[in-house]
Ligand binder design. Structure first.
Ligand SMILES: Cc1cc2nc3c(=O)[nH]c(=O)nc-3n(C[C@H](O)[C@H](O)[C@H](O)COP(=O)(O)OP(=O)(O)OC[C@H]3O[C@@H](n4cnc5c(N)ncnc54)[C@H](O)[C@@H]3O)c2cc1C
Length: 315
């Protein structure tokens, strides 16, 4: 691979890739971001059925660290994110749960818009060796990034390979329902988080959340139900989710529905490093939510750390 370009290549425009591009820009470096989908956001995902709009991956995020908080405050000042609720239980626990505006993809899109980066949407990378870059950031889920590095003969050394091969993921089945009428059995903010339920993990009324103009609910099955029903046909998943959600919130009349299967919903084991680095010309940095703590903030922090390692390498 040549490295005549000084632009850093980033694979993935989820929150980790967007955060890496944003931080590289703060450090005076340009990025080229490749995203397989037509939109940024990754697992902070958005879908439509007709007029109905859904967040169907991550439903919210929290801010614990000061760095993420200050970026979120800047995004909020620009209208890209806002506080959804201060808790899902009654009474609320008081911790802010944030959402994107209009939907969960907005934070990644906002970070990319602030960055000195070109973003290539709908462009899946198959071979890293075709990219001209002094450093490459890999942000897809670990098995996907690993396969990509191996196809390209840029695989990690054995000591890292063994650990990366051990990272397993839970699955989540999401079922989206466009409804005839607004459902009645949800709290006014529109979110129900079910921590110990054997079948359901989360239910969101996307209209109450402020995202959809027409009745639209997102249903996430629990880890156990998602694993058990993963290979069932869509119709069976729709019937199962419909029955479970009606037991939770009362009757619904669905006008259309859609199933999304998240094969890599979240890592079961999280690696303690903030990102893993190997190689030279190009330097490879593997980042994302499997590092440094899962969830949106962990992925953000990991992308930022990846950018800092690259700036250090290039200095
Ligand atoms: C159903 C579900 C619910 C969740 N709920 C929450 C929640 O409520 N709160 C929370 O904090 N977190 C939640 N999470 C976790 C959160 O979404 C993730 O931690 C975070 O979004 C991961 O970001 P990432 O950038 O590391 O990875 P991703 O978002 O997966 O980004 C990787 C990107 O790489 C792209 N890509 C993959 N392969 C290629 C390729 N070859 N070429 C180009 N692009 C490629 C993908 O399309 C994707 O956009 C949830 C996740 C799921 C799936």
């Amino acid at each position: 691979m040549g490295s005549s370009s000084t632009e850093i290549a980033i694979i993935g425009a989820g929150i980790a890739g967007a955060s890496a591009a944003h931080r590289l820009s703060e450090l005076g470096l340009k990025a080229r971001v490749y995203e397989a989908e037509q939109h940024p956001g990754g697992r902070m995902a958005h879908a439509r059925i007709g007029q109905a709009r859904f967040d169907h991956g991550a439903q919210f995020f929290t801010t614990r660290g000061q760095t993420f908080r200050s970026v979120v405050d800047a995004a909020a000042a620009d209208g890209a994110v806002k506080v959804w609720t201060n808790g899902f239980d009654e009474p609320p626990d008081g911790y802010e749960r944030w959402r994107g505006v209009p939907d969960m993809t907005a934070l990644a899109a906002w970070l990319l818009a602030q960055a000195d980066a070109t973003v290539h949407l709908d462009e899946r990378v198959h071979h890293l060796e075709h990219l001209e870059a002094p450093a490459i950031v890999l942000t897809p889920p670990v098995p996907v990034s690993l396969a990509l590095s191996q196809h390209s003969d840029l695989q990690p050394p054995d000591r890292l390979l063994n650990r990366l091969n051990g990272v397993e993921y839970k699955r989540t089945v999401a079922v989206l329902f466009s409804l005839e009428e607004h459902p009645e059995g949800l709290p006014t903010h529109g979110g129900i988080q079910l921590v110990d339920d054997p079948d359901l993990a989360f239910v969101t009324d996307n209209a109450a959340k402020g995202l959809s103009d027409v009745p639209a609910i997102t249903v996430h099955l629990s880890n156990d139900a998602s694993a058990a029903l993963w290979d069932e046909p869509d119709q069976k998943l729709i019937e199962f989710a419909s029955a479970q959600v009606q037991a939770e919130i009362g009757p619904i009349v669905s006008v259309a529905s859609m199933v999304e299967r998240w094969r890599y919903a979240g890592p079961i084991q999280v690696l303690e490093e903030s990102a893993l680095v190997w190689g030279n010309q190009p330097l490879i940095v593997m980042a994302g939510e499997a590092f440094n703590g899962p969830k949106v903030e962990g992925a953000f922090d990991s992308g930022r750390y990846a950018a800092e390692k690259i700036a250090e390498y290039l200095s």
